[in-house]
Design a binder for this molecule. Structure first.
Ligand SMILES: Cc1ncc(C[n+]2csc(CCOP(=O)(O)OP(=O)(O)O)c2C)c(N)n1
Length: 348
């Protein structure tokens, strides 16, 4: 496995700091930063455990570097809204308030996991938090989200469905069918494309025509569509609020192309600087645009002691996820006799 590029991984705040003395920063801006720090800590700890313990028997797609998209969007949702994702699911699940212990137990395959240990990283769900589900088939949950939004509209409920997917998923036929259907029927659904430039190791530039953009293609269907800096959590929140508001008022679906970048390999906890499909310079440039560091830089002048608190949050959340791992490892496995419970056609 490739070693971490320790010389390039930027710290969100300067390393030499004291324990916080002042009150914990309050307010929505601090909450955005705190939530991104929590997701980063959870995923980094899980990366370490995945690599060292060899106990998680599930493919994991980490969002390290992409935290601003999940957190900015979640901040724009209401209590009845529903979020659906594809395989890169941890960050939206946590941003929506999904139960951490149930997520970690799921990754460890335990009965106490959010999908009873049967789904793993790609099949997270916590309906009580509005995280309605994630699935491995590229594009699948896009159509499910449209169905959920349409159902809400037909029942006259002010509920919005939101769906995260990557740039690769926009190349699935179902994406185009879903967008067109949603526009024709004015479905309250927000399409959220996390454009991180790659479909596994295949660059966008080799897959889509030069000079075209995903936003342009969606605009051609008549949707309200915006291209957003996905590493700017404040910009993501503003765009997501506008998109959700449109849906809420019956104006029809909305689309956001959120430009961002994953730091780790496509699947798994490793670094892939030497795999040959993206340049070291490109990765370094995106790491320098770390969404947490950028958000801290914006908030620092008005939030006294913020740097100390970011370090405190890192300590707190590292401890929280280590505790979740400890609880998961002590939990029971699903009994073999229940293996096909909940599976389609089981019992026939
Ligand atoms: C229908 C289907 N085809 C292919 C795959 C294999 N696959 C899994 S992830 C992936 C790339 C996804 O890229 P993107 O949608 O950009 O999301 P990202 O991983 O970059 O977040 C592919 C091709 C799949 N899961 N489902």
């Amino acid at each position: 496995m490739t070693a971490a590029p320790a010389d390039t991984v930027p710290a969100p705040v300067p390393a030499d700091g004291a324990a916080p003395t002042g009150p914990e920063p309050a307010g929505p801006e601090a909450a955005l930063i705190r939530d991104m720090v929590r997701i980063r800590c959870v995923e980094e700890e899980l990366c370490d455990r995945y690599r060292d313990d060899q106990e998680m028997r599930t493919p994991t797609h980490f969002s390290i570097g992409q935290e601003a998209t999940a957190v900015g969007v979640a901040a724009a949702t209401g209590p009845d809204d529903l979020v659906y994702t594809g395989h890169r699911s941890h960050a939206p699940y946590l941003a929506m308030g999904g139960d951490l212990r149930a997520m970690v137990a799921e990754l460890y395959g335990r009965e106490s996991g959010c999908a009873r240990g049967r789904g793993g990283s790609i099949h997270l769900v916590d309906r009580s938090a509005g995280f309605a589900g994630s699935a491995a088939i590229l594009g699948e949950m896009i159509s499910v989200a449209v169905g959920a939004g349409w159902s809400a509209a037909l029942r006259g409920r002010p509920q919005v469905a939101l769906t995260f997917f990557g740039d690769g998923a926009t190349e699935e036929g179902v994406f185009h069918e879903a967008v067109n259907f949603a526009q024709v029927h004015r479905v309250p659904v927000v399409f959220l494309c996390e454009n991180n430039l790659y479909s596994i190791s295949s660059p966008l530039g080799q897959r889509q025509p030069a000079g075209s953009t995903i936003t342009d293609r969606v605009t051609a269907y008549g949707l309200w569509a915006r291209s957003v800096d996905g590493n700017d959590v404040y910009a993501v929140r503003a765009a997501a609020r506008a998109a959700v508001q449109r849906c809420r008022t019956g104006a029809g679906p909305a689309f956001l192309e959120l430009h961002t970048y994953r730091w780790r390999e496509h699947v798994g906890p490793g670094w892939d600087h030497d795999h040959g499909y993206r340049s070291r310079e490109e990765i370094d440039a995106w790491m320098a645009r770390c969404p947490i560091r950028r958000a801290v830089e914006v908030a620092r002048p008005t939030q006294p002691g913020l740097d100390d608190w970011v370090r405190e949050w890192e300590r707190r959340y590292r401890a929280e996820v280590r505790d979740a791992v400890r609880v998961a490892r002590a939990a029971a496995w699903p009994p073999v006799s229940t293996l096909v419970d909940g599976a389609y056609g089981a019992g026939r």
